[in-house]
Design a protein around this ligand. Structure first.
Ligand SMILES: *[C@@H]1O[C@H](CO)[C@@H](O)[C@H](O)[C@H]1NC(C)=O
Ligand SMILES: *[C@@H]1O[C@H](CO)[C@@H](O)[C@H](O)[C@H]1NC(C)=O
Ligand SMILES: *[C@@H]1O[C@H](CO)[C@@H](O)[C@H](O)[C@H]1NC(C)=O
Ligand SMILES: *[C@@H]1O[C@H](CO)[C@@H](O)[C@H](O)[C@H]1NC(C)=O
Ligand SMILES: *[C@@H]1O[C@H](CO)[C@@H](O)[C@H](O)[C@H]1NC(C)=O
Length: 648
């Protein structure tokens, strides 16, 4: 179970647990979501280590969920549960409504308090509500509102913990799969803001805040033969309605409700969206609520295969015997089943119109070990361009530069905002360079771990950086200190090192821009995302990783003799950073935070300048009508799915 998991490594823990940071009088104060904890605690002393971070203190509801899932200890929830379970399913919504009003559960403060007492009961009420509003009342907006109210509670529980607490529907009438299914239902219905014809549609935005005018720009940036963007005709075009700007492609999103194997791979959206691999969930959400979605696979240009395996495998025991140290057999088998059961997979060679998101350093390998047999031509939207140290036998990256799309890691809204607020003007920055993190050897295929342990080995670039500690007062380098030290370093240094870690990609690269620091990549085989649409070298330094000594003097000279170049690099980074944001959708609680948070002073055009839009533009260029193995007028499905005579 996730709860027994030892506390995490630096890399994966950064976004696994939610942090609430508030700025009070210029001091960073850690605070938990409820008022009673940690309020007033100021700046922890520097001697604390990462384990002392308040993000790792146990949550109150966790104990109740394990010890008393029926909530019998509470005089209200216990009896209510029995009445609810005894009622006919169609009568439950009335009971839920009654209690919601009686107990004041439309008030977020009260919801927060009740969550500590009976979290599953609370989620059940909101769920019944949201489902009723979507399926009976047909109000997407109202359903989204109810869904949002339970989002942070649902997100606190690993789906297996959730199902155990609800007794798979036998203790409380709810399962993790049903919650995921409802989430997808709301997102799908949110395209263009709901039904009611073109007039109504045009006044509304989809779940990510885009309206027709915005879509016009998104599709318009890719115009074959320079043609202007078309308008959808009376027959519609996927989920786009008549009169809407015509999407550049149509994507079919495999539905976990129809594929039991997929249901196991795409489980726990609310739980999995929080971490640094949260784009696995976010991109699924994006395509569900995109006018480019189609529910007719025969007209699709792409097939999106949703799954949250980076998240689920990082929580050991989701798939038996799998964690991040080995290739995962059970999930591999599930992917094979999904594809084997798909007619459409069989129409192209090597799955060339299939889209997969690979969120972690494990690349495609960890979750889908046999991908090279099944989908060597699929388009991967992935963070990792190189190799994952624990997979010592995997010496070939799963990233192929010419077919895949590199995507950024996910940073929380709070982090993006806080880093920006703390960011000091360049002329006030105390440090020349910053790095905080653990030392790492290179991948075993480059050199054995034993022969590259410390700073005497140039490929252990993190050790080389850490050796600068105490030797150069202008370097802010350290290991095993609370996050805050890292935040302070990022926001008070001119240059921030992004050295290779357990693999090539790292969230720190993206944080760096939001902190107003200039990233210095020491990571020869990492490629930053979206170089196709922005000029990366104008904002970023990429330096040979084995030449750190020369780097320090280079940076110092740059600062002292050509400050205008430093300013320009930083300015370009500020211009670019929002392409690396994954703002949350409407069905998430964080949408409220997003709206309240003045995120628009960090990214004023966040709904059209973000990582989703970048990915969508890059995909447009990959859609092709000639990808099927066979086509001719009158061809039967059997022919279309027939294997080619020649081997791949
Ligand atoms: C929500 O409940 C809290 C605590 O009971 C109360 O102080 C607050 O006024 C309520 N808010 C609304 C909008 O009713
Ligand atoms: C794929 O499906 C066929 C039958 O449809 C079955 O015979 C075969 O064993 C399946 N292969 C895998 C790898 O699941
Ligand atoms: C530390 O500083 C001394 C003197 O400036 C220099 O000779 C030495 O190489 C430095 N060590 C590192 C690890 O940079
Ligand atoms: C923010 O909230 C206001 C009021 O609730 C709403 O009208 C507006 O559309 C929201 N903005 C976004 C970007 O959702
Ligand atoms: C940003 O949000 C604030 C508060 O909601 C609003 O007043 C302002 O107009 C917004 N700015 C932009 C550029 O949307």
């Amino acid at each position: 179970m996730m709860c027994q998991r030892p506390l995490l490594r630096w890399r994966s823990q950064v976004y696994q647990v939610r942090r609430w940071m508030t700025l009070v009088g210029g001091l960073l104060v850690w605070s938990a979501p409820s008022a009673e904890t940690l309020d007033g605690q100021v700046d922890p002393p520097v001697k604390l280590t990462l384990q002392d971070d308040p993000a790792f203190q146990p949550q109150k509801y966790a104990k109740n969920v394990q010890e008393d899932p029926e909530c019998n200890r509470d005089p209200l929830w216990g009896p209510f549960r029995q009445v609810l379970m005894a009622a006919e399913p169609e009568n439950r919504i009335e009971l839920a409504y009654e209690k919601t009003i009686e107990w004041g559960l439309e008030n977020a403060t009260i919801v927060d308090e009740q969550a500590k007492i009976c979290i599953i009961g609370l989620i059940t009420l909101q769920f019944l509500f949201a489902r009723f509003l979507l399926t009976e009342v047909n109000s997407v907006e109202a359903a989204a509102h109810s869904f949002r109210l339970m989002d942070s509670q649902t997100g606190a529980l690993h789906p297996d913990v959730f199902d155990k607490a609800s007794g798979y529907g036998k203790i409380w009438p709810i399962t993790a799969d049903e919650v995921d299914s409802l989430r997808r239902g709301i997102l799908k219905s949110s395209v263009g803001g709901g039904s009611g014809g073109p007039d109504r549609r045009r006044r509304f935005k989809n779940a990510f805040g885009l309206h027709d005018g915005d879509w016009n720009e998104v599709w318009g940036s890719w115009r074959p033969q320079g043609k202007p963007v078309g308008t959808v005709g009376p027959k519609g075009f996927g989920a786009a309605q008549a009169g809407a700007p015509k999407p550049s492609f149509r994507v079919y999103v495999y539905d976990p409700d129809e594929h039991p194997s997929l249901r196991k791979l795409a489980r726990g959206a609310a739980f999995c969206k929080h971490n640094q691999w949260g784009m696995e969930v976010a991109l699924h959400d994006w395509f569900l609520s995109c006018p480019c979605r189609t529910d007719n696979p025969d007209e699709a240009d792409f097939f999106f295969v949703p799954h949250y395996t980076a998240c689920l495998i990082n929580h050991a025991d989701t798939f038996t015997g799998c964690d991040t140290k080995q290739l995962c057999g059970p999930s591999t088998e599930l992917f094979e089943q999904v594809l084997n059961n798909s007619r459409h997979y069989k129409r192209t060679d090597g799955g060339r119109d299939h889209l997969f998101v690979w969120g972690s350093g494990m690349g495609a390998e960890g979750a889908f070990a046999s991908w090279r047999q099944w989908v060597p031509n699929a388009v991967f939207l992935m963070t990792e361009t190189e190799l994952w140290n624990p997979f010592d036998k995997v010496a070939l990256p799963s990233f192929s530069p010419h077919k895949d799309i590199v995507v950024p890691g996910r940073i929380t809204i709070e982090d993006m905002i806080s880093l920006g607020k703390l960011a000091r003007p360049l002329e006030e920055r105390d440090f020349l360079g910053h790095f905080i993190g653990w030392p790492r050897p290179p991948h075993p295929s480059a050199m054995s771990k034993e022969s590259c342990k410390d700073a005497s080995c140039a490929l252990n670039v993190r050790s080389v950086l850490l050796a600068l500690k105490g030797n150069d007062s202008e370097m802010h380098v350290d290991v095993d200190v609370p996050y805050m030290e890292s935040f302070l370093g990022l926001t008070s240094s001119l240059f921030c090192f992004v050295p290779r870690g357990k693999s090539a990609w790292s969230s720190r690269f993206f944080q760096t821009y939001f902190a107003g620091c200039i990233p210095v990549l020491l990571n020869d085989r990492y490629e930053p995302p979206f170089g196709e649409i922005v000029d990366i070298p104008s904002s970023t330094i990429k330096w040979p990783m084995t030449e750190v000594p020369a780097l320090v003097s280079y940076l110092r000279t740059l600062r002292d003799e050509q400050p205008e170049i430093v300013y320009e690099l930083q300015r370009a980074g500020q211009e670019l950073k929002c392409w690396y944001a994954w703002p949350s959708s409407w069905v998430e609680w964080s949408w409220i935070e997003l709206n309240r948070s003045k995120f628009n002073s960090t990214c004023s055009a966040w709904h059209v300048k973000n990582a989703y839009v970048a990915v969508t533009r890059l995909l447009a260029a990959k859609a092709t009508s000639s990808r099927h193995r066979f086509y001719y007028p009158g061809a039967s499905p059997e022919v279309l799915e027939r294997p080619g005579a020649l081997p791949l």
